[in-house]
Design a protein around this ligand. Structure first.
Ligand SMILES: Cc1cc2nc3c(=O)[nH]c(=O)nc-3n(C[C@H](O)[C@H](O)[C@H](O)COP(=O)(O)OP(=O)(O)OC[C@H]3O[C@@H](n4cnc5c(N)ncnc54)[C@H](O)[C@@H]3O)c2cc1C
Length: 386
């Protein structure tokens, strides 16, 4: 028996747990993985999320480890179409921080362990739960053996395929998009420094972001069949590899990437999943368990952290069965999720393949809009979740 059981020890579950421990509550986090996830997914941390992470004192450590992206460039055919500065988006953090998700989770886990070395239970998979109206009993599999944990409140932060969400009986609205991407991390020989660069190419966008350790992440929009749009001769014969990605970057941007320096390669498709509600009985959904949005624009993890920040002050009352502020929490957070989902849809639409005539019209429109300072500032704020 504990105050709160949190299903899932990803970035959102770890942050939620740390906020609650700081409030003096007893917390049990159940995480199915026996060790932190080495594969890097999220890299972008937006200014409001850094402010939120400051509440548990990890903001400076994250900034120390990451690369602050202070400017974004839109380019095509060797020309800079637009520049966007993040200098005015936040007084404390006038940048988007780039840090691989594994490093971010390590910093969060360290802070959690400082407050309670026993709160995080690794290798424990949530399999079901029973809510009797007064408390939730969570059934789990702990290294192959059945286990159970009870608490007056369950917080489900177990990601897109949330077992806790299914057990709470919360339906999800699904949407699948035709967009597919291939991303890889390589040594950075570009000269872009800490700038992000978006190449608005006719065959689909190529995105490029700085990473710590003089690396760069390249993300290439693929055609619907997973090949490079309109170029069957360059489609990978046996699935994409680092050499293929490097050639595709060269073809669309003119930039040479050293395929031999590749340290991560991963393809992803795009879906959105919005839970019909975030609160169900004595369970609350946060993070990707409540809302999965397209990775393009990189807002999913920040959105989940802001859920946790908004939920933390309500938890003491929820433990006693009072649901004060919960309806408002749910309404505000789902509104933000819908807003972020729309923003990522716009980002995806801007990066789709286009024929030559339409391409120059679109790129011309982007350049003209970005040249208007008020529009440029507004877009910079939207990009950074303000
Ligand atoms: C390619 C890609 C790039 C992205 N880039 C960005 C970005 O730059 N910025 C950004 O903000 N977001 C980005 N995102 C989205 C971001 O990765 C997610 O929004 C974020 O990881 C959600 O965090 P979470 O803790 O809610 O879920 P998760 O990260 O999925 O964590 C859930 C945790 O729960 C555990 N778990 C699952 N089921 C169980 C169970 N039954 N029992 C116990 N434990 C369980 C999992 O092992 C996992 O550790 C990206 C996503 C992708 C795919």
């Amino acid at each position: 028996m504990t105050d709160v059981v949190i299903a899932g020890g990803g970035p959102v579950g770890l942050f939620m747990a740390t906020l609650l421990l700081q409030q003096g509550l007893e917390v049990t986090v159940l995480e199915q993985r026996t060790a932190p996830e080495p594969h890097s997914r999220a890299i972008g941390i937006h200014p409001p999320a850094l402010d939120a992470l400051g509440q548990i004192g990890v903001d400076h450590e994250l900034v120390r480890r990451g690369v602050p992206i202070r400017r974004g460039l839109a380019l095509n055919g060797g020309r800079t179409l637009a520049e966007m500065s993040f200098a005015r988006v936040s007084a404390r953090f006038p940048f988007v921080l780039s840090l691989p998700q594994g490093c971010t989770e390590a910093v969060l886990e360290q802070r959690l362990r400082e407050l309670d070395p026993a709160a995080l239970h690794r290798g424990v998979r949530v399999t079901g739960l029973r809510d009797d109206g007064r408390q939730v009993e969570v059934q789990a599999c702990d290294g192959g053996r059945p286990a159970s944990f009870a608490a007056p409140l369950l917080i489900a932060a177990d990601g897109v395929r949330s077992a806790a969400r299914a057990a709470l009986g919360v339906p999800v609205r699904h949407r699948d998009y035709p967009d597919r991407y291939l991303m890889g991390d390589f040594a950075d020989g570009t000269g872009f420094g800490a700038d992000a660069a978006l190449f608005l190419a006719g065959d689909g966008i190529v995105e490029s972001f700085p990473l710590p350790g003089k690396l760069r992440r390249w993300v290439v929009r693929l055609g619907p069949d997973g090949a490079a749009a309109g170029t069957p001769d360059t489609s990978p014969a046996n699935g994409p590899d680092a050499g293929w990605l490097a050639r595709e970057v060269r073809r669309r941007t003119g930039i040479d990437v050293d395929a031999g320096s590749n340290s991560m390669l991963s393809g992803f498709g795009v879906r959105s999943r919005l839970a019909h509600r975030m609160a169900a009985g004595r369970g609350i959904l946060i993070g990707d368990a409540a809302h999965e949005i397209s990775p393009i624009g990189g807002q999913g993890m920040s959105l989940g952290w802001l859920d946790a920040l908004a939920l933390a002050p309500l938890v003491p009352a929820l433990l006693t069965g009072r649901r004060t502020g919960l309806a408002e929490f749910e309404q505000n957070r789902m509104r933000e999720a819908v807003r972020a989902a729309r923003q990522s849809e716009i980002n995806m639409a801007l990066g789709r393949p286009l024929r030559r005539g339409l391409l120059s019209a679109r790129n011309g429109a982007i350049a003209a809009a970005a040249a208007v300072p008020a529009v440029n500032r507004r877009v910079a704020r939207r990009f950074t979740m303000q």
